[in-house]
Write a protein of this length. Structure first.
Length: 234
């Protein structure tokens, strides 16, 4: 029997990306899925699109971490998958990810992603990000690229009280760091997805590489977000 998997997507004015994301979830080869969209009061057609493809749509003004927690609150599945609204999953993503939980003590599974964009900068950055993901996993400081897609046991999620709603960003890093304290994290190379590099394309790869480096160091020193606000880029 295939346990129910609840897919939680956080949104804020994602009308240009959301439909493709939802279709990629609808087209999964894994047979037992519910889709929950957690929307932060969008002002465009995001909610309309979400209601067409989703099982549940919940609306509340919140940050990314709070939105993920809100979606999880309404989830009925034994497993939770958190997906960004601009991310397209390989059709076997959930099928491959859930296999990792057959291993003893695995509480979280993640994979790799590439970018939608075809620019040389996007290709180079995507390649570097794969290396970061791989080597961070090997040395025990697993960067799951959780802002795109991760799967966790719901029981484990609740045992650590979910994502830290007080973090403006780095909530994915913080989450996997705390999950590692209660079990093993799995990196599955067959779990592939495509995400958007729109923030980097629009505002600059060098700029955001520096920002991410600074915010990462700041988080590991203080446990807090360096940024006071994480601006939406559409």
């Amino acid at each position: 029997m295939n346990p129910l998997v609840s897919v939680v997507i956080t949104t804020k004015n994602e009308e240009d990306y959301l439909e493709a994301t939802l279709k990629s979830i609808k087209n999964q080869t894994y047979p037992n899925i519910e889709i929950i969209v957690s929307d932060a009061c969008s002002t465009d057609n995001t909610v309309k699109i979400a209601r067409e493809y989703s099982d549940k749509v919940v609306i509340k003004k919140t940050n990314i971490a709070g939105g993920k927690n809100l979606g999880a609150k309404y989830a009925n599945g034994e497993f939770l998958v958190f997906v960004s609204a601009d991310t397209i999953l390989d059709k076997n993503w959930i099928k491959n990810a859930i296999k990792q939980f057959n291993k003893e003590n695995v509480v979280l599974a993640a994979g790799y992603f590439t970018f939608h964009e075809e620019s040389i900068h996007a290709k180079i950055y995507g390649w570097l990000w794969k290396l970061i993901t791989f080597f961070s996993y090997k040395i025990g400081f697993f960067h799951t690229s959780g802002e795109c897609t991760i799967m966790v046991k719901k029981s484990s999620f609740h045992s650590i009280d979910g994502f830290n709603k007080y973090l403006v960003n780095m909530e994915d890093i913080d989450f996997t760091k705390r999950m590692k304290k209660i079990g093993d994290l799995a990196l599955e190379k067959k779990c592939r997805c495509v995400a958007s590099a729109r923030r980097f394309e629009k505002e600059g790869y060098i700029k955001w590489s520096i920002i991410w480096f600074v915010t990462g160091i700041w988080y590991y020193i203080t446990g807090k977000s360096f940024l006071k606000m994480y601006k939406c880029v559409r």
